[in-house]
Design a protein around this ligand. Structure first.
Ligand code: IMP
Ligand code: MG
Length: 370
């Protein structure tokens, strides 16, 4: 993560990826132009790094020159393009390839076409390292595109945010979401997970996402995802991870202003934990901690048996069933404990004591997360 002026940017395209993309563009253009000696024209300022790396990779003789245009103010492209340095040589009959760092709205490209209208070049090709299709509002053909990217502001490798960032050898993307605290909450049956989740939710302004509830909600309301999930369940098959992730994604999307999330009942496998990381990453966020309530087996058995006496839940009444559920919990969560421990994100919290005592222990862990 880097900070330029007031904004935070996250890594987006590595220098190795840039190298590959530019190599690919150079071979593609060389294959098309065959024996021509093209004139590559970089659009300053942004294209200086691209042009330098590109021509080093271009396998045949070529000429290089620049024109200088300016259109951007801060984070926004303006219609008003200034021509700061124009063409300084006669290009009659030549094959010209424009090298752009990025094509956004296309206004700069429009100006480029205006410049070349009366130059009588043999052909004019447009090559751009980055292209934002969602922002583009012109019809000019783009002959070579290195990478299509979403309509988000990027910096680095020649591209700047108010003057800063051009020198970075890789590309960064503007981080748009605020900092969130995202927890994965675990606990064996009877540990008091639900009770604690309620307290934490209020105390830290988090949204509690219980996978079980999410499933029931989607199925009850017959959402597209719910119906799909039900079709697997009806056939006695496991719901694919991606479908669960899609449902969680919908929950996260619904709560754009949340200060964070408590995930409950998910992940259960390594694959799911990775998928959850990817989901949070796509939100410019992360899982900060897996918190597991730790309660001695005998205490759990006693608690559940007591609960069974009043709740009438059949699975809380039989000691063998209870012990099996506890064993199953430890078998299943062991891999996750390892997964999060490796990232120093595993926190075991003593789950024996009064509700307030346990809430305090959990709060201590959360408060110390950075
Ligand atoms: P267009 O005229 O809207 O296509 O914008 C092209 C120019 O805007 C580029 O040459 C860049 O100088 C600048 N630009 C567009 N998008 C970005 C971005 O995400 N980061 C930095 N500069 C950008
Ligand atoms: Mg530019």
């Amino acid at each position: 993560m880097i900070k330029l002026h007031d904004l935070i940017f996250k890594p987006f395209v590595s220098s190795q990826q840039l190298d590959e993309i530019i190599g690919r563009m150079a071979s593609e253009i060389a294959a098309d132009l065959k024996d021509e000696v093209p004139v590559f024209i970089g659009i300053l300022n942004g294209s200086f790094m691209l042009v330098s790396d590109f021509v080093k990779k271009y396998p045949h003789p070529c000429e290089v020159t620049f024109i200088k245009l300016a259109s951007y103010e801060g984070l926004k492209s303006t219609e008003d393009i200034q021509r700061l340095i124009g063409l300084t040589q006669d290009l009659t009959g030549r094959t010209v390839v424009i090298l752009e760092d990025i094509i956004d709205t296309g206004s700069t490209l429009h100006e480029v076409h205006r410049i070349f209208k009366n130059e009588n070049v043999k052909q004019l090709k447009i090559a751009t390292l980055f292209f934002k299709p969602e922002a583009y509002n012109k019809d000019f053909k783009l002959h070579y595109v290195g990478l299509e990217i979403p309509d988000k502001f990027i910096v680095g490798y020649g591209l700047d945010y108010n003057g800063l960032g051009r020198d970075l050898p890789e590309v960064y993307q503007l981080k748009t979401t605020q900092y969130m605290t995202n927890l994965v909450l675990f606990g064996p049956p009877g540990a008091g997970k639900g009770t604690q989740a309620e307290f934490l939710k209020d105390k830290y302004n988090l949204v509690h996402i219980s996978t079980g509830d999410v499933f029931r909600f989607n199925i009850k309301n017959e959402t597209a995802l719910g119906m799909l999930a039900k079709s697997y369940m009806d056939r006695g098959e496991l719901v694919p991870d991606q479908l669960t992730i899609d449902m969680l994604n919908a929950e996260v999307e619904k709560n754009q202003d949340a200060k964070g999330f408590i995930f409950d009942g998910f992940p259960r496998t390594n694959e799911q934990a990775k998928a959850l990381d990817a989901l949070m990453e796509s939100k410019d966020s992360q899982i900060n901690a897996m918190i597991a309530l730790e309660v001695d087996d005998e205490v759990l058995v006693k608690r559940l048996l007591d609960r069974g006496k009043t709740s009438g839940r059949a699975d809380d009444a039989d000691e063998n069933i209870i012990r099996n559920r506890i064993t199953e919990y430890y078998t299943k969560t062991a891999v996750l404990k390892d997964f999060y421990s490796e990232q120093n994100k595993y926190f075991g919290v003593d789950g024996v004591g009064s509700i307030e005592e346990i809430t305090q222990r959990l709060s201590k862990v959360i408060n110390e997360l950075k």
